[in-house]
Design a protein around this ligand. Structure first.
Ligand SMILES: C[S@@+](CC[C@H](N)C(=O)[O-])C[C@H]1O[C@@H](n2cnc3c(N)ncnc32)[C@H](O)[C@@H]1O
Length: 254
């Protein structure tokens, strides 16, 4: 499946599905990272999705350029945020600007599944960062995925109008470092008493710490920290599913 199709039908329901995700707390974490390593003014947000990070970052005074491959996601983000949006693919997008920081939050880099595409994306991010600019992203930790193993999950959320039951069935492709997540969404329209079904496959790559370090260094980054997501001083091992990676652009621009 093409990356820009992953959120095709899902986009409309994304904010309801993740209504309990504490974006304010996650932006607090980002700011802790900025305070510790490098304080940016201008941020390139890769994979902005429906703009939940974007909105908070703008409220907190950052200048944000928000990029996403999915037109459907960007459309929703535009309604929430007044900033520059780019509908584009981080592997090959051309941006006539430079930034103090780049962020790719909530597994965006996991949607880049091929080695060659990761190299393209990292080189491109490096190109748009000022020297010493920081790149912060979170991914699934391969150590944990292979130790804990992905499981089928169910989630129910609702608002006044609809109720969503989402079933996520994983298919682990260990050799490729990939977990295909087959989402089935049952959407019950409470007013009309009808329901609709959506099926979407998200192909997500997990990354091993040493592997991500290798790719980053080859693209001209210095890795400053790989830690548990939301715990800047914690240690990564096979029990930590989500990891944050913090890197600094040091090498020559390619
Ligand atoms: C799980 S969502 C996260 C969205 C948002 N960052 C959030 O936290 O709500 C992943 C996002 O990455 C975007 N994405 C995936 N591959 C991309 C690529 N190659 N270039 C730009 N955006 C991409 C998807 O369209 C999707 O909006």
């Amino acid at each position: 499946m093409k990356a820009d199709m992953s959120f095709k039908d899902y986009a409309e329901y994304y904010d309801l599905i993740y209504k309990d995700k504490d974006y304010e707390k996650e932006v607090d974490f980002l700011e802790e990272i900025f305070e510790t390593f490098y304080k940016p003014k201008k941020i390139l947000e890769v994979g902005c999705g429906t703009g939940n990070y974007t909105r908070i970052l703008l409220e907190r005074g950052y200048e944000v350029t928000a990029l996403d491959i999915s037109e459907d996601m960007v459309k929703i983000a535009r309604e929430k945020c007044a900033c520059k949006f780019i509908k584009g693919d981080i592997r090959d997008v051309s941006i006539n600007d430079e930034f103090d920081a780049c962020i790719a939050m909530f597994t965006v880099i996991g949607y880049i599944t091929k080695n060659s595409d990761l190299i393209k994306a990292l080189n491109n991010i490096h190109r748009y960062l000022e020297p010493n600019g920081v790149f912060v992203f979170d991914v699934w930790n391969g150590l944990a995925v292979m130790s804990i193993l992905p499981e089928q999950r169910m989630k129910e959320v609702e608002n006044d109008k609809i109720k969503i039951i989402r079933v996520a069935v994983p298919n682990l492709r260990a050799f490729d470092h990939i977990c295909e997540v087959n989402y089935k969404l049952l959407i019950l329209n409470k007013e009309e008493n009808t329901f609709n079904e959506i099926n979407e496959k998200h192909v997500v790559r997990f990354y091993f710490p040493q592997e991500i370090k290798y790719y980053l260094e080859n693209a001209g980054f210095e890795v400053l920290r790989i830690g548990p997501f939301l715990d800047l001083n914690g240690k990564v091992d096979e029990n930590v599913w989500n990891i944050v990676v913090i890197a600094r652009a040091v090498g020559k621009k390619v």
